[in-house]
Structure formats: C-alpha cells, structure tokens
Design a protein around this ligand. Structure first.
Ligand SMILES: *Cc1c(COP(=O)(O)O)cnc(C)c1O
Length: 220
C-alpha cells in the first residue's frame, strides 16, 4: 500500500531533478498517474498521497471505477489516454476532463456533437502517429496541418499534441519531432513520456507525462 506512495515521491523527484538542466519548473509538468487495470484499492493510496490527475485508457473501465472515487475527491482530474470509438464520444466527454486521443475527422465530429449537447468543453490533445506505424492510432504527420485546422474550426479546446513512440527504439527523436510539430503549429501542450522515458520527455518539453507501471508496478 505505501509502496505506491513512495514510488510517487520517487517519480516526482525524478521529474524535479531533470527540470533543472532543462530549465523548466516542475509545476509546469502534469504527472498523469495511469491507473488502467488497477482496482480502486490500489488507487486510493495515491489519492491519499495527494495525486489528483489520473489516466485511463478505456471508457467502460473508467465509468465503473471513477465516479465513486471522485465523490470523495471532487478535485480529481480524469484523462482519457487510449483510443476512443466515435460511438463512445458522448460518454467520454461526460466522464473525462481531458482527452489525449483525438486523431480523425469522424471522432472530431462525434466529440463536437457530444460537447454541444452536454455543454461541457473537454480539452483534447491531437494524437500524432509519430512513428508512421500502420497498426497504431494517431493522425499521420502529413495530414496534421489540415486536421489541426479542422479542430480549430470546431471550437473544441485544443490542448496540444500527444504521441506514443514506436516500442523498443530510442524515444528521444520522436519526442523531439512532436515538440517541433507543436511549435510549428503554435501549440503549448505536449503529452509524451511513459514509465520508461518520462525524464527524456520532460527534457524535450513534455507538459504531460503518462506514468503507469513506475507508480503501480507491472500490469497483469
Ligand atoms: C498504458 C499507457 C501508458 C502508461 O504506460 P507505463 O509504461 O505503464 O507507464 C501511457 N500512455 C498510454 C497511451 C498508455 O496506454
């Protein structure tokens, strides 16, 4: 139980440590504790240790777990970090405070409709398929300018860019590329970095790091 709290201290410390050479402020980096697959009793110690921003990758799992946890702590922020089907856009817009996986026109249309209906404006990161991997979600880099223009026209709050670099390769070049794309388009937010590479991501400008196993241990 106390394990997760001490891991939280360690992750925060590491972020603070890398902020120095990067000339950044720890307060400018949002640590998203990725709690997917973990039950409420594993999450509560982190909430008690002061963590307030959590990430889930499935709408149904989040809907089952979080409403109760949030009742006790209304200041908790919940981020959707996984792929989203258009038919779940409305449920996602109600449940989450931020969506990191906006990557195509059909989803943009569904989210716009959902937010118009609920009246809740949920900031969205545009996910970029930074490694050009066909099996992965994310907007192709070549289509990014056009897609960002459409997002801006829709009126959905645009939080920035998000990526998941290819597995088993050095992530830094992909983080640097995402940072350049964001700068080219005048975007501040950069959702990048997971348990294995969040320090590198912070060094390269991440504003949001998504950390799961470094906090909760390995998933089953
Ligand atoms: C699961 C997941 C993470 C967290 O991964 P860890 O390696 O456990 O830190 C981050 N981002 C996304 C999109 C994920 O699906």
């Amino acid at each position: 139980m106390e394990n997760t709290a001490s891991r939280l201290d360690e992750v925060r410390e590491r972020i603070a440590r890398v902020c120095k050479p990067a000339r950044r402020e720890p307060a400018d980096i949002t640590l998203i504790a990725v709690s997917k697959t973990h039950p409420a009793e594993r999450i509560i110690p982190l909430v008690e240790a002061g963590q307030r921003v959590f990430g889930e990758n499935r709408v149904a799992e989040a809907a089952a777990k979080w409403p109760q946890l949030r009742e006790a702590h209304p200041d908790i922020e919940l981020h959707l970090i996984g792929q989203l089907q258009s038919n779940k856009a409305e449920e996602a817009a109600q449940l989450f405070d931020c969506i990191h996986s906006l990557d195509r026109v059909s989803l943009l249309t569904a989210l716009t409709k959902a937010m118009d209906k609920t009246g809740k404006r949920v900031p969205c990161f545009v996910q970029v398929n930074i490694g050009g991997e066909p099996q992965k979600g994310g907007c192709p880099i070549s289509e990014l300018p056009e897609f960002l223009a459409q997002v801006r026209l829709s009126g959905i709050p645009l939080a920035g860019l998000m990526c998941i670099p290819p597995a088993d390769t050095e992530a830094a070049p992909f983080f640097a590329l995402l940072a350049k794309l964001a700068a080219d388009h005048g975007l501040q937010g950069l959702s990048m970095g997971m348990s294995g590479d969040y320090e590198t991501a912070v060094m390269l400008g991440a504003t949001h790091v998504r950390v799961g196993s470094a906090l909760f241990g390995a998933r089953e």
